[in-house]
Design a protein around this ligand. Structure first.
Ligand SMILES: [Cu+2]
Length: 187
């Protein structure tokens, strides 16, 4: 009996940890998608914890920019000759549906070279959540902290994100607490 209960609790915890809390990320935050201001999109991307189901939004003036999804070699060399996909609305929402790197740049000549390029890296759940013990679970890991610390200016979307991260952590702690309680009871 105890084993069955323990297995149930563990599976509830696993499922909870894998539930997709879809987040929306505006590329470049308040600056958007631009060549102005020398935005460090690499740095921007590095502070995020992208997951499947999240949406990234490129906001820009469609007169001056666009968004191209490209392969890694094309990304490295700023080669805009044969993009995987091209977006041109000026407000492009792209939902992340798979793991790994997603390379984007602006296809306007010179813009990628000027740094208008971003690598959205989506870690596998197992990479992010394969913690050996509950106290260092992904939900409570410091990996999510920089996302809230490095947010430059408080805007409504950032505030929502902070709140979101806070809720996520509280929820994780509650689940972990329940799991520990059940495990203790079972043993
Ligand atoms: Cu551009």
């Amino acid at each position: 009996m105890a084993l069955v209960e323990r297995a149930m609790v563990l599976s509830i915890v696993m499922v909870t940890m894998q539930i997709s809390y879809a987040a929306v990320y505006k590329v470049g935050d308040s600056s958007g998608w631009t060549t102005l201001g020398n935005i460090d999109y690499k740095k921007w991307s590095a502070t995020k914890n992208f997951q499947i189901g999240d949406t990234i939004i490129f906001v820009y003036s469609a007169q001056f920019h666009n968004v191209m999804r490209v392969t890694h070699p094309m990304y490295k060399s700023c080669n805009a000759s044969s993009p995987i996909a091209t977006f041109t609305t000026g407000n492009d929402s792209i939902k992340i549906t798979n793991h790994g790197h997603h390379f984007f740049f602006c296809g306007v000549p010179g813009h990628c070279q000027a740094g208008q390029k971003v690598d959205i890296n989506v870690l596998k759940v197992s990479e992010a959540a394969s913690a050996p013990n509950p106290s260092s679970s992904a939900l409570a890991s410091p990996a999510t902290v920089p996302a809230s610390i490095n947010v430059p200016a408080p805007s409504p979307s950032n505030a929502a994100k902070l709140k979101f991260i806070g809720l996520k952590r509280v929820f994780g702690v509650i689940i972990m607490g329940l799991a520990m309680h059940f495990l203790a009871v079972c043993v």
